[in-house]
Design a protein around this ligand. Structure first.
Ligand SMILES: [Fe+2]
Length: 207
């Protein structure tokens, strides 16, 4: 199956105030990764699956006294840009997208969750994080204080996570070959949630 892509071309030409809104809305998605991963792990009956998701969870959650969670790094970036997330109210479309993902991850169909988490989230997040980072550099400069969150997510690490999830999917498929026939349906389901989120963001931000 070829790598799916999101259509977020509009992110190439957003104004600064529009970028700010995008960054604030995305904060909820960034915050949700740890709970999503925990749901997937809690429901996974297969030990190998839990072990393959674990590195992703550790990266995302950080370790006490050692390193920040990715969400903490995201907030540090918003702080450095002067964006006030404490009083920001997320739009319904953002809340809906988070809930739609969470509903899948809370379900007991681990194969479906992994299809959404891997090929539909980890493997394609660079489609929007790349242009978001380009706009941050355009409007705020490339100072080190903005540097951490985006480069961290645009490096090979996300690919590594996608590969681990791919391996988990293969393990489940080897045990039950019938699962594979639903793979593209589940991946499309995840992509659809994200594409709708970004479409709604475009309407909200660009009018
Ligand atoms: Fe992350």
């Amino acid at each position: 199956m070829k790598k799916p892509m999101l259509d977020v071309r509009w992110l190439a030409n957003v104004e600064r105030s529009q970028l700010d809104r995008v960054l604030l809305e995305y904060e909820l998605i960034s915050r949700s990764f740890v709970p999503w991963l925990l749901h997937v792990m809690a429901n996974a009956k297969d030990e190998a699956v839990r072990q393959l998701v674990m590195p992703n969870l550790l990266e995302e959650n950080g370790e006490f006294g050692k390193n920040n969670s990715h969400h903490a790094l995201y907030l540090k970036m918003l702080d450095s840009l002067g964006l006030k997330y404490g009083t920001f109210r997320h739009a319904n479309f953002t809340i809906d997208a988070e809930e739609a993902f969470r509903t899948i991850f809370r379900g007991e169909d681990t194969y479906r969750s992994l299809c959404v988490l891997g090929p539909a989230i980890e493997a394609i997040s660079s489609d929007f994080l790349g242009p978001m980072y380009d706009r941050v550099k355009q409007y705020y400069g490339d100072a080190p204080r903005h540097m951490i969150y985006f480069p961290l997510h645009l490096c090979e690490m996300e690919d590594e996570h996608a590969k681990c999830i791919e391996q988990a999917l293969s393990i489940l498929e080897a045990k039950n070959p019938r699962l594979a026939k639903n793979r593209s349906k589940f991946v499309k389901e995840g992509i659809k949630i994200f594409q709708e989120f970004w479409n709604n963001m475009r309407i909200e931000v660009k009018g």
